[in-house]
Ligand binder design. Structure first.
Ligand SMILES: [Ca+2]
Ligand SMILES: [Ca+2]
Length: 126
């Protein structure tokens, strides 16, 4: 009984707070997208930018896992206000539908840490 209760508490916890991977939080993921995915520097990620991110920044193995998640699904899960582009706010607040668990956050962390090496972090004006 106690174990069951504990399990329920853990499930409730994980559903109400954003997933993270160690020190890699949603805020860090947003900073990563700004550099690697926001090609026109408008601080939004749209479907074509998502497609470009998939083809430019994933290894063959990652592509096999991530390409099965369609861009339409990512937009549906992450674009909270449904205006066709993912804003910082959309991503920060969509933690119950978009990149919801720590294994997905860790996958994102791996991609960001690798791809940010040598990337032009000042490409877009602040
Ligand atoms: Ca953009
Ligand atoms: Ca949006």
């Amino acid at each position: 009984m106690f174990i069951l209760l504990l399990l329920l508490v853990v499930i409730a916890e994980s559903a109400s707070s954003p997933a993270r991977c160690g020190t890699f939080t949603r805020r860090k993921a947003v900073q990563c997208f700004d550099v690697l995915a926001d090609l026109n520097c408008d601080r939004f990620i749209d479907a074509p930018e998502l497609e470009a991110f998939k083809s430019n920044h994933l290894t063959y193995a990652e592509h096999a896992i991530i390409a099965v998640i369609s861009t339409e699904k990512i937009m549906k899960d992450c674009d909270l206000n449904k205006d066709g582009k993912i804003s910082h706010e959309d991503f920060m607040n969509s933690f119950q539908s978009c990149v919801i668990d720590s294994s997905e956050m860790c996958r994102l962390k791996t991609i960001c840490e690798r791809e940010l090496v040598g990337a032009n972090t000042h490409r877009c004006p602040q």
